[in-house]
Ligand binder design. Structure first.
Ligand code: SAM
Length: 228
């Protein structure tokens, strides 16, 4: 039986793939990647390192994790991976870090139920890449740092802003207008940074919360730092 390597490839630029990830990509026979309506970003990030290896797209419908159709799809994908692992090693490439809001973690659970273990290689998360781009610390000393998905509840977000000095908001495009309203009610107690497509050609930085009312790309993250 072959091995599945889950590889975090970083935020998108091939230069952010780790040395460890690159070594494994050079050694495996097959590369799985999450399919996408647009350019598959995780695959694009590793193209310089995989030559003409076989690549297989795994389709993950964009619905909530409790959706039955999604669960069926995860099982189908895990079955496909199991078939390949019968006689080959494979990598599953995912954007950022594999264990931060990634479909990879669900596939791992199913593979483990099949009795198949995995080897996971961490990647540079979009959160770290954004802090470096902005040259701002995510947290210092005794400060707290919370990562909040914008798919969460508005009241929960208000509570998080009351109790923490640093808040990173992922999946901003799921509710930019809600975030705008909460920030407005908060009377600008936080410095606001929104970064879209960090390290990619389309990279954009905004320090103006009003931009939440324009079109917000899916790959957008907001960093909020309590004013000192
Ligand atoms: C499903 S989560 C995946 C996070 C990923 N595993 C990571 O470690 O960065 C997707 C969210 O991560 C953030 N994200 C991922 N890549 C990004 C990028 N290149 N630029 C800005 N935000 C990004 C966005 O908030 C996006 O909605």
């Amino acid at each position: 039986m072959g091995t599945l390597y889950g590889i975090g490839v970083g935020p998108g630029d091939p230069g952010y793939v780790t040395v460890r990830g690159r070594q494994i990509l050079e050694d495996v026979d097959v590369v799985f990647y999450p399919a996408s309506k647009n350019k598959p970003r995780a695959l694009s990030a590793v193209l310089p390192y995989i030559g003409d290896k076989e690549t297989i797209a795994l389709d993950f419908p964009m619905t909530g994790p409790s959706d039955k159709a999604l669960e069926t799809k995860w099982k189908e994908n895990a079955g496909l991976i199991k078939e390949v692992l019968k006689d080959r090693d494979a990598a599953f490439v995912v954007l950022g870090d594999p264990y931060l809001y990634s479909t990879y973690s669900y596939v791992v659970e199913i593979l483990e139920n099949f009795g198949i273990g995995v080897v996971t290689v961490p990647g540079i998360s979009s959160v770290g890449a954004i802090a470096s781009l902005l040259d701002i610390p995510l947290a210092q000393g005794e400060e707290k740092l919370v990562i909040f998905p914008m798919t969460g509840d508005e009241n929960e977000l208000k509570k998080v802003l009351l109790e923490n000095e640093n808040v990173v908001i992922l999946k901003v495009s799921a509710g930019p207008e809600i975030l705008y309203k909460v920030l407005k009610d908060n009377k600008a107690a936080f410095d606001f940074y929104m970064v879209s497509d960090v390290t990619a050609e389309a990279q954009n930085v905004s320090k103006n919360p009003e931009d939440l009312l324009k079109k917000v790309p899916y790959m957008s993250t907001v960093v909020l730092k309590k004013k000192k």
